[in-house]
Design a binder for this molecule. Structure first.
Ligand SMILES: *Cc1c(COP(=O)(O)O)cnc(C)c1O
Length: 236
């Protein structure tokens, strides 16, 4: 049996190896532990092992865990990485420090308007549909820079960069090509908005390929917490 602490250690080792292979400083890649479908106990175990940044995909589930963690929750940095429905923006703006899935200006405007004044600006990554899949979320790559510029102008948001989930692929070249296009877009974004410092890319199965192409934040669920059996019923 492996523990969450052992898993985290292994993920840190994978990140360090991938950085070394790419000639990058391991400190340039942040590890976001994706705790969706796992309970507050699992988050406590990861916290005990030093993890501070957690990603959640379902608003109600995340809030229940934050409430269960009580004062401990405020020592953590919460990232919302799921699809954003308009009727959830207020809770997201109130309960999270980061949002990774912004794909439309309307949603960004709501998040900015609803971000409480006593909190720092909400950190935002614009999601890009980098593989051009019809069913996938994210804005089209050719629209991404314009959307980033609009987000950067909203008073209660802080544009941090781009996020993407490339189409799953067995073919390493294909996978690398998608991350490469994302990196090119990120470089173009930084030329336009130098404050953009985050490329949110890479999950349990493809973090090495993402780091090779400049990812600065990997979102890791399965490799930290184990396989997800199901999406919790009735939660969104
Ligand atoms: C669930 C999820 C992850 C984590 O995926 P794993 O393959 O379990 O590491 C990362 N990013 C997003 C957007 C997710 O929804």
């Amino acid at each position: 049996m492996t523990s969450i602490a052992d898993n985290l250690q292994q993920v840190h080792t994978r990140i360090a190896r991938a950085c070394s292979a790419a000639g990058r400083d391991p400190a340039s890649v942040r590890l976001l532990a994706v705790s969706k479908t796992f309970d507050a106990e699992a988050i406590r175990a990861a916290m005990a092992a030093g993890q501070r940044e957690f990603g959640e995909s379902y608003v109600q589930e995340a809030i229940a865990k934050q409430d269960a963690l009580g004062a401990q929750a405020s020592a953590l940095c919460w990232h919302y990485i799921g699809p954003i429905q308009s009727n959830k923006t207020r809770e997201i703006a109130e309960r999270f420090a980061w949002v990774h899935g912004v794909e439309r200006l309307k949603i960004a405007q709501r998040l900015s308007a609803q971000r409480p004044d006593d909190l720092p600006p909400l950190n935002v990554c614009v999601q890009v549909n980098i593989s051009g899949e019809a069913s996938k979320s994210g804005c089209a790559p050719q629209e991404a820079l314009a959307l980033c510029a609009e987000v950067a102008r909203l008073p209660r948001l802080r544009l941090r960069g781009l996020m993407a989930v490339p189409a799953p692929s067995e073919d390493a070249r294909e996978q690398g090509a998608a991350f490469h296009r994302l990196q090119e877009l990120f470089i173009a974004l930084r030329a336009q908005l130098p404050q953009a410092d985050t490329l949110s890319a890479g999950m349990s199965d493809d973090l090495e390929a993402a780091i090779a192409e400049g990812s600065t934040l990997v979102r890791i669920g399965t490799a930290v917490f184990g396989s997800r059996l199901r999406k919790p019923a009735g939660l969104s």
